[in-house]
Design a protein around this ligand. Structure first.
Ligand SMILES: [Zn+2]
Length: 377
């Protein structure tokens, strides 16, 4: 989902990261606070002070987003769902779940934890703001506190809108799921409300843009597109999972997978493997031990003049949790691994012993076949 990310620090055992796209949001927020929000509310403070207030406000926004996500993540962890990363990106923050919640109750509590945290922060901000006013503290300080109150109120309120994938939409899905016990149906309704809400955002965004507020309008428009894509994606992903859960991945193994010795030169690899087997994906082994993988298309990044001097080990992708699954994995897990790596193959291995390779195309073929048969019945 993300491009380049930077680690900031650990909070409650979660790794806090920023995605490069967050920098764009941070700049936009700083700019609009420094030239719009603060000068309008507190005239005559001077540009330097506005800029410092804006920077503090932007950092406060980042901290608010992180705390919102941390609330989700803490509840998730209490229900045994591991979360490693909390990431700030262009549309706010996200806590990356490795698995979906297993019960309606856990999903509901997880979903509302974030907005509740934001509303609590808004309350704190409001309290601090009134104290600052009563104690006659500098306007710049009161102004930042007022902004943090407002932005947390907005974060809490916006996320409570019952439109999937917003938190309110997740809560709605959990309620429907708990009521009828049908997750697919619940997801369909929550995703529909998400799509409708996305169209409203897109519409208002266009209206705002043509009526003069270009930045705000484009922003709403983009958030609308994002919500729409996520709402649709969540539903089709749910169908895929429904069809593929518990289908063992070993049913789709290519056997035997042609594996390549790590010390082979790229030139020999191309001549003796790629041009002979025409496969586009190769496990890499040292002796019998699996050490990585190499896709033929990865060679595009290697200048032809260096093929003689570089070995397969120099170019391959080393083993990682997402390039290999165990033989007991089901197809849904294999798909998740492929989505994480953005590749269309995943290896199946027991320890360091390769069992075979599963290709995305094969899974898709199976899926469309199964859909066709089951829907006609
Ligand atoms: Zn949230």
């Amino acid at each position: 989902m993300f491009g380049k990310t930077f680690n900031l620090f650990d909070l409650f055992g979660f790794r806090i990261q920023i995605d490069v796209t967050w920098l764009f949001l941070a700049l936009l927020v700083t700019w609009s606070l420094a030239v719009g929000f603060f000068p309008a509310l507190y005239p005559g403070l001077g540009e330097t002070l506005y800029l410092s207030m804006a920077i503090v406000g932007m950092i406060g926004l980042g901290a608010s987003l992180i705390l919102h996500e941390a609330a989700h993540a803490l509840v998730a962890r209490a229900y045994g769902l591991p979360i490693k990363y909390i990431t700030l990106f262009i549309f706010g923050g996200v806590a990356q779940l490795e698995r979906e919640p297993e019960t309606a109750r856990s999903e509901f509590l997880m979903a509302i934890a974030g907005p509740l945290m934001s509303l609590a922060l808004a309350g704190l901000g409001y309290l601090a703001w009134t104290i600052a006013l009563a104690a006659d503290l500098p306007q710049s300080l009161a102004g930042v506190l007022y902004y943090l109150f407002l932005i947390n109120l907005l974060l809490g309120g916006f996320n409570m809108i019952p439109a999937f994938p917003l938190d309110g939409g997740r809560a709605l899905r959990a309620l429907l799921w708990g009521w009828r016990g049908d997750l697919l149906w619940a997801t369909k309704i929550a995703a529909t409300s998400g799509s409708i809400f996305a169209f409203i955002l897109i519409g208002f965004g266009i209206l705002r843009a043509v009526s003069g507020d270009l930045v705000g309008g484009v922003w709403m428009f983009l958030i609308g597109l994002f919500v729409r894509a996520a709402a649709q994606g969540s539903y089709s992903e749910m169908i895929t999972h429904r069809l593929l859960d518990e289908v063992p991945v070993t049913r789709f193994l290519h056997e035997p997978a042609v594996s390549v010795p790590a010390d082979l030169s790229i030139e020999d690899f191309v001549q003796d493997y790629v041009y002979v087997t025409h496969a586009d994906f190769y496990p890499v082994v040292e002796g019998r031990r699996l050490v990585g993988s190499l896709a033929a298309r990865q060679l595009r990044r290697v200048p032809k003049g260096r093929w003689r001097n570089l070995s397969v080990a120099d170019v391959m992708t080393p083993l990682s949790r997402d390039t290999v699954v165990g033989p007991s994995a089901d197809v849904a897990q294999a798909l998740t691994a492929m989505r994480r790596t953005g590749r269309d193959h995943v290896m199946v291995a027991e320890g360091a012993e390769l069992r075979g390779v599963v290709a995305l195309s094969e899974l898709q073929r199976y899926l469309s076949f199964k859909l066709e048969i089951e829907q006609s019945g």
